[in-house]
Structure formats: structure tokens, C-alpha cells
Design a protein around this ligand. Structure first.
Ligand code: HEM
Length: 458
């Protein structure tokens, strides 16, 4: 134990290369260099299932050019998420994928530093603040949904834009019309695109995705930085304002750099995840018309134009649909860690600096816990059935332990406020015999962006 505590303060693990020799653990790296990159791009769930059947819950693999272990199963996830011995670094787990754009974001900080930094969000997600966000978001969704044209409608780009506009307002109080909003929007999109660049060097060529991404990142950083002094003098009720007034354990305000890094990561962490969740939710309801009708009836029976904050947690059907969607389509399909020191997982000796890949889809479909796991069956989350309670680390779309998603209530709130209005405004269905190809990268969604037929109700 004494050794573990000492090692926590030894930061040399951040300078080490990934462990390469995992040959003593069952598994298969795949093709030279790229490993099983093709399989993740085409069907991650099939890859995970195949590894489980052939090698068990812990197996070696090469994903996206990084060697590591695919780790599944609620007991193994409990060990990694709770991490009482501080064996697993999220910073190093995400360094390759996110570190170049979001260094200093909450997910890119470890252990004591992470715990200390997480304080910066404590007021921003309290009940009173959340009530304020509900009042801001409701009329915005009303406006966006009214702008949608029922003809030749493709859901994904519309919801993506609407969520970005609403998040910009709630996070930094940016109005959605005007040149600043456009520039921020472009910078954000360039940054997200930059994450998937193959050439990862900031060579100043305007057509290179990575360079455009880095320019976008610098724009967002400068923009947020320029707001801090003003928010400190005249606080608003946006998330940035709360962060600008939060204090460290020592009673100091957080630094400009900390605030800038957290807000940039928050915009990223909040946006694509919720866009993916809502796209899949609407896809499932477009295909399962019975659930769409049941939800509409429940919404109409409330007799309100908007849901208020208290309604959000009191509408069981909406909650069940939200969770059943995330069970089948988790927005974060692979969580990552890297071991700080040698340890054991599932009976295997795991060397220091080993990448760990966690795919929630395995837990989410274990037939030991879920009845007919491939079926879309929101009732399984009802208080009577509560299948998700089969194990505390069975249902993990928001992760678990100290790094558990800080925005999960915010995400659920946004999704519910949107669905409440959308189902009352439109009946919607997918084209006949719609079986979309599901894409996994850069974010999970139907590859064709979800074409819908909308029929206006009011
Ligand atoms: C459906 C929507 C969302 C899903 C599925 C989701 C999923 C996740 C997951 C799985 C993690 C943990 C990753 C890990 O342990 O490796 C995480 C962390 C995080 N999420 Fe979310 N998220 C969502 C929405 C949001 C929103 C709306 C916000 C902000 C308002 C947000 C902010 C964050 C932050 C800051 C972290 C890092 C927490 C930490 O390291 O302590 N997320 N999210």
C-alpha cells in the first residue's frame, strides 16, 4: 500500500511508451501496424463479441495502431473505474486520442489533480443552476424545431446544429445568430474533425485537417479567455460564469488556463455524445411506432407546452426510452485507460503502461442479466424490472467511479426537453424496411444521417 501511495506522486508514467509485449495474454493483435482498425470502423460490436467468444473477458488487441487489452465484464470494469490502488491513468488512456486537442480537460487529469479540478464544476450542475438552463433551453428548442421543414428531412445534421446552438448559449451565453457564433461553430467543427486526422503534425497547410483543428482549438481558447474577466465582474447564469467564481480547496479562483481547458473539453464532451444519443433515440422511435405513440400520449397528457425541471425526473417512460437507447447505442463506445504500474486484471498479469480499451456494448448485452438483449425494450428499465441493477457496473454509458460523466443529468435533461416538444410537434417514421448501417467513428450514428418522414401535428 505504501508503495502505491508513493507511486501516485511519481509522474514518470507519463513519459513511458505504451507496453508492447502482451503475448502472454490470449488475444490477437490483427494486421501489422493498424491492427484491427478496419474492424472497429466497420462493426465494433462484432469485434468485441468475437474477442469474448474466442478469448474471454480480457484479451490482447491492437486498435487504431495502439496495442492494449480489451477488457469487459462488470467485475473488471468495477476494478478499473473505482481504481482504489490508483493503477489506471485516464490521462494516458486518452493522451493519443484527445490529448493533442484537450490537454487539461477533466478526463485528461489523474488522481489528486483530477479530484481537485473536478471542484470547478460543483455549482454549475447543482439544482438551481440546472433549473435556469431548463428555462433557457425550452424556448430555443421550440424555435429550432419550428424551423425544420417536413420535406426531405435528415435528422442528424439538424439536431447537431440545434444542440450546438443551445449548448453555446447555456455554456458561455453566446447568442446563436451573428458572426461570432458562426466562427465559434466553424472552430468547433474543425477541432472535432482534427481529432480524426491521419497526419498528426501541425504543418501550416490550410487543407490539413490537423492544422485546421489546431487553429480551431486556438480560436476557442482565445475566445473563452477573452470572456473570463467580464464574467468575473458581471456573472451571468451560464456555466462559464459559475466556473469563473468557483474556488480551489485553498480558496483561490481557478486559473485562466484551467477554465479555458475545462470549457473547451466540456463543449466537446457535451456535444457529440448527446447528438449521438438523440439521433439513436429518434431512430428507435421512428422504427418502433408503438413506443412513439405511448410517449406522445404521456407528453400530451401533461397538458403543458414545456416540461419544467421537476417534470424531468418524473416521466418514467421518457427515462426508460433514454436509457434503453444508450444501452443499445452507447455514445462513448470505447473508454480508455493506461496502467500506471504492473497489476492484475481478470487473473492476468498486466504490465505497466498497458493500454486498456473498455467497450460498454459487451456489458450492455450480457444475456445473464438482460432479457432478450438485442430487443429494444424500454420496459426493462421500469422500477418493476430494473434489469440494469443486476450489477452496479453492468450499465455504464456514463462510465463509473471518479471520472463518471459530470454532465449525465444535463444530457438526460436536454434529451428529454427535446423529445417532449418533438413528439408533440411531429409524427415521424423512417423509410419502409429501414435497417441503417450504423457507423462508429467519429461518433456512433446511422451512416445515412437518419432520413425521416415528418408529419406536422400542430
Ligand atoms: C448522452 C450523453 C453523454 C454520454 C453518453 C457521456 C458519456 C461519458 C462517459 C462514458 C464519460 C467517462 C469516460 C471515461 O471514464 O473514460 C464521460 C465523462 C465526462 N463527460 Fe460525459 N457524456 C455525455 C454528455 C455529457 C455532457 C452533456 C457533458 C457536459 C455538460 C459531459 C461532460 C463530461 C465530462 C467533463 C467528463 C469527464 C469527467 C471526469 O473526468 O471527471 N458529458 N462522459
Amino acid at each position: 500500500m505504501a508503495q502505491a501511495v508513493k507511486a501516485t506522486f511519481d509522474l514518470s508514467y507519463k513519459d513511458q511508451p505504451d507496453a508492447q509485449n502482451l503475448d502472454h495474454i490470449p488475444g490477437e493483435y490483427g494486421m501489422p501496424v493498424l491492427g484491427k482498425t478496419y474492424e472497429i470502423l466497420t462493426d465494433l460490436h462484432a469485434l468485441v463479441h468475437e474477442h469474448y467468444v474466442r478469448f474471454g473477458e480480457v484479451s490482447r488487441v491492437n486498435l487504431g495502431g495502439q496495442r492494449g487489452l480489451l477488457v469487459m465484464g462488470p467485475e473488471n470494469l468495477k476494478q478499473i473505474y473505482l481504481d482504489p490502488e490508483r493503477n489506471f491513468s485516464t490521462e494516458m488512456g486518452y493522451a493519443e486520442r484527445l490529448g493533442r486537442f484537450y490537454k487539461g480537460g477533466l478526463l485528461l487529469r489523474d488522481f489528486d489533480e483530477h479530484r481537485m479540478q473536478r471542484r470547478i464544476f460543483q455549482s454549475a450542475f447543482k439544482n438551481n443552476a440546472m433549473k435556469g438552463y431548463v428555462d433557457v433551453i425550452n424556448p430555443l428548442f421550440k424555435k429550432y424545431i419550428a424551423e425544420w421543414s417536413p420535406y426531405e428531412f435528415t435528422f442528424f445534421p439538424h439536431i447537431k446544429k440545434s444542440l450546438l446552438r443551445s449548448v453555446a448559449k447555456v455554456f458561455i451565453d453566446l447568442d446563436d445568430i451573428g458572426p461570432e457564433a458562426e466562427k465559434l461553430n466553424d472552430a468547433f467543427i474543425a477541432t472535432t474533425d482534427g481529432l480524426t486526422a491521419i497526419v498528426r503534425k501541425d504543418i501550416p497547410l490550410p487543407w490539413l485537417k490537423y492544422h485546421k483543428g489546431q487553429q480551431g482549438k486556438r480560436f476557442i481558447h482565445d475566445y473563452v479567455k477573452s470572456l473570463i474577466e467580464m464574467k468575473r465582474k458581471e456573472p451571468g447564469s451560464d456555466i462559464l460564469s459559475f466556473m469563473c467564481h468557483e474556488k480551489t480547496e485553498e480558496g483561490d479562483l481557478f486559473s485562466y488556463d484551467d477554465i479555458v481547458q475545462h470549457v473547451s473539453f466540456l463543449l466537446f464532451g457535451a456535444h457529440d455524445t448527446t447528438t449521438s444519443a438523440l439521433t439513436h433515440m429518434v431512430y428507435r422511435l421512428a422504427v418502433h411506432q408503438d413506443w412513439q405513440e405511448k410517449l406522445r400520449d404521456a407528453c400530451v397528457s401533461m397538458g403543458k407546452e414545456f416540461m419544467d425541471y421537476d417534470d424531468i425526473n418524473n416521466m418514467q417512460i421518457l427515462d426508460d426510452i433514454f436509457h434503453e437507447t444508450l444501452r443499445l447505442h452507447p455514445s462513448v463506445e470505447l473508454m480508455t485507460r493506461r496502467t500506471v504500474r504492473e497489476c492484475e486484471i481478470g487473473g492476468h498479469r498486466v504490465p505497466a503502461n498497458t493500454m486498456i480499451f473498455i467497450p460498454p456494448c459487451y456489458n450492455h448485452k450480457m444475456d445473464k442479466y438482460w432479457k432478450d438483449p438485442e430487443k429494444f425494450d424500454p420496459d426493462r428499465f421500469s422500477p418493476e424490472r430494473s434489469e440494469q441493477k443486476g450489477h452496479p457496473f453492468l450499465y455504464v454509458p456514463f462510465g463509473g467511479g471518479p471520472h463518471k460523466c459530470i454532465g449525465m443529468h444535463f444530457a438526460a435533461m436536454q434529451a428529454k426537453l427535446f423529445m417532449f416538444q418533438f413528439v408533440q410537434k411531429y409524427r415521424f417514421r423512417a423509410p419502409d424496411n429501414y435497417y441503417p448501417k450504423l457507423q462508429h467513428v467519429p461518433m456512433p450514428k446511422p451512416a445515412d444521417d437518419l432520413p425521416l418522414v415528418l408529419e406536422k401535428i400542430q
